[in-house]
Structures are given as C-alpha cells and as structure tokens.
Ligand binder design. Structure first.
Ligand SMILES: Cc1ncc(COP(=O)(O)O)c(C=O)c1O
Length: 367
C-alpha cells in the first residue's frame, strides 16, 4: 500500500517549538500575556487593521462579534448555503436565523444578487465567507450593506493570504474572524482572531471576551455584563507568533501547490478550480476541483478512487440547508449541485511533487 497522503497538516519548524517551549517554561505570572499581545500585534500589522483579539476559535470570534452587534431573537443573518456549520452555529445560539442564499458558479461564495433579494426588515448582518481561500465579491456586498444600512462581516477562517484589490481578506468588513485550527494555513492547534477597525466594537468585544469585565473596571472580580470565555492561551499564541513570522513562506507554498494542480487539471474540459480574478490573490487554503455536469465524475466515485489509493478525499461542503436542523432550500441549486461533482485536494506544506502526482493521476484516470 502506498503511504497515506493527508489532506492537510501544519508546517511546524524549530521556531514554533522554541516559542512554545519558552511559553511553557517562562510564560506565567507577569509574563502570562506576552505571546498573546505579541501575536495580536503581529496579526494586526499583517492584516492592516487597528484592533485584534486572539480567541479560542473562529466560531468564538464570530459569536462575540455578532453578540456585540446586538444580533438576537427574531433577527436574520444572510450567508451562503455553501459553508461549514461554524458560521451558522453562533447565529442560531443567539436566537437569530441564518438565511441561506445561493453561491456564484466560479467563486462558490455568496451571490450578491441573491443577497440583495433576501434582505428583509429583520436582516441584521451579511456574512461574507471567503470559501477555500476564494474571495467574495466584496465591492458589491459592501455596497449592498451600505445601501440597506446592514453590516457586512467577513468570515476569513479559510482566507489568510487572500487579498482583494490590495486589501487583505478579513480587513474590509465591520469585523473579520480567522481560524487557526490545525487544518488551517497557519495554526495554533485550536484558535482564532477577531479583527476590526471599529473602536467601539473592539471595546465591546474585548469586554465580552473577558466574561463581561470592562478594562476600565477597577473593582476586582466585577463583571458589568454576562460575557464569554473564548480566550487563546499564551502557549497557543507562542506557536501563532512563529507562524505569523513565517506567513509569506507558508502562503507561498500553499499557492505553489494550487498552481501545480491547476496546471495539470484545469486543462480538462469543463473543470473549474479556485479562481484568482484580476486584482486579487487567492491564499489557496484548499485546492478544489469541480467537474463538468456532463462528465461522469461524482463525489462518490472520487471518494472511492482516492480511498483505493490511500489518499484523503475531503468532500465539498454539503449545503447547510440540507442538514437536518435547517429547512431544505433546493432552489439554491448551485450550492446543492456543485458538491455532487467536486472534491478538495490534499495541500500540506511538506507534500512532495510525487504525492501531488499521485493525486493528479487519480483525477486524470477518472476523467
Ligand atoms: C468558513 C469557516 N468558518 C468558521 C470556521 C470555524 O473555525 P474554528 O474551528 O476555529 O472555530 C471554519 C473552520 O472550519 C470555517 O471553515
């Protein structure tokens, strides 16, 4: 049997190990926040935003940001039907309703046309998720948000390294949220980041993130409101500091892997892969292939072929509206149709060219 090819694995060097070791040995007492502050500063500088709060996950960052915007029972939040549950869960936890709209055929991100049509008096936010590193049409989404007075939020969990017209993914919306889960481009094991340029929103989320204790509050153990506990630890942040120092190298390797697949697979008739429109950079978190409807290639035969070769195949996200806890929205026909003929490809930093060749061969044999 050929050795297993995993779909993702982080790139961990001696730098990450050294910082984590230092945090474990010395990062206590007066120094217990050092790496957290340093990671937040480095992340802000990388992204070009004013404020950042390191969190235990992207889900937690979204939950606090949505809570700070006052989203609650009876409200609606528009998002793409194609997504991981993590973006919808905080909306549901707050008692609001996720409204799922269809995606664009090329970026697989939410279609601004459908977003505009889905707006009601109850709409309180639009969440733009840059799926697999592909960028949402931010100019149109921000214009729609502005027209209706509705904040646009960026879920950039999958889009570190992606750049839209000179601005980094996650830096354009009312707030942005990132994930450093072990499968993501940069990792802290588990972890996330809340970012914004809005000073009031930052203060609000900072208070929420500290169990409702405002930073000006001098009375010890005195929360002014009920908040959350979604903090990142100093040890996790130490790994994050090393990863952000290496961000250029890590993202460029991701892009190199995507380029290799693209050059060999995009030539197949009707195949589409992660797009990179003019004036954008795709951070290439997850190389993805969508096959033409006319071909016989399906999710199921792709999964079988990959499993036979001991390679991880990751299915394209099922439409969230098809999950048992939501109402079917089959009129979102691209979100319902594309996953049936698509697959995510392995793309970890240390992957060898021969590994990529094995992946490519499976697809060429099926097509
Ligand atoms: C688009 C999207 N949003 C949010 C998340 C949640 O990230 P985390 O696991 O850090 O909460 C993920 C991670 O899988 C994701 O892909």
């Amino acid at each position: 049997m050929n050795p297993r090819i995993h779909y993702t694995k982080p790139s961990i060097t001696e730098l990450e190990v050294a910082y984590a070791t230092d945090a474990a040995a010395n990062g206590w007492g007066d120094r217990c926040y050092e790496y957290i502050t340093r990671f937040e500063e480095a992340f802000k500088a990388h992204l070009g935003v004013k404020y950042a709060i390191a969190t235990s996950s992207c889900t937690g960052a979204l939950h606090m940001g949505l809570a700070a915007l006052g989203i609650g029972p009876g409200d609606e939040v528009i998002m793409a039907d194609t997504n991981w549950i993590a973006t919808a869960a905080p909306i549901v936890h707050l008692g609001a309703k996720p409204v799922f709209v269809d995606i664009l055929p090329d970026s697989w991100c939410l279609d601004p046309e459908w977003v505009d049509q889905a707006i009601t008096p109850r709409t309180k936010a639009i969440i733009a998720v840059h799926i697999y590193g592909n960028l949402c049409d931010m100019n149109r989404l921000l214009a729609i948000g502005e027209k209706h007075g509705i904040p646009v939020i960026e879920d950039a969990a999958e889009a570190i390294g992606s750049v839209y017209h000179g601005k980094r993914a996650g830096s354009m919306g009312r707030f942005g949220a990132f994930s450093f889960h072990g499968t993501k481009t940069i990792t802290t094991g588990e972890g996330g980041m809340f970012v914004t340029n809005d000073a009031d929103l930052y203060e609000h989320v900072l208070t929420l993130s500290n169990h409702g204790r405002a930073r000006g509050q001098t009375k010890q153990f005195w929360p002014d409101r009920v908040g959350f506990k979604y903090k990142m630890s100093n040890i996790q942040a130490a790994i994050g500091c090393a990863q952000i120092e290496r961000i250029e190298e890590i993202v460029s390797r991701k892009r190199e892997i995507l380029r290799y697949y693209r050059e060999r697979l995009e030539i197949l008739p009707g195949v589409s892969m992660n797009p990179e429109p003019v004036n954008t950079v795709n951070g290439a978190w997850m190389p993805t292939v969508v096959f033409d409807k006319k071909t016989a290639v399906t999710r199921e035969n792709l999964q079988t072929a990959f499993a036979d070769e001991n390679i991880d195949a990751r299915v394209f996200f099922y439409p969230l509206s098809s999950l048992p806890m939501f109402e079917d929205q089959p009129q979102n026909w691209l979100a319902w149709d594309i996953p049936r003929r698509a697959i995510n490809l392995p793309s970890y930093h240390e992957m060898k060219e021969s590994d990529q060749q094995r992946v490519v061969e499976i697809i060429l044999n099926l097509s």
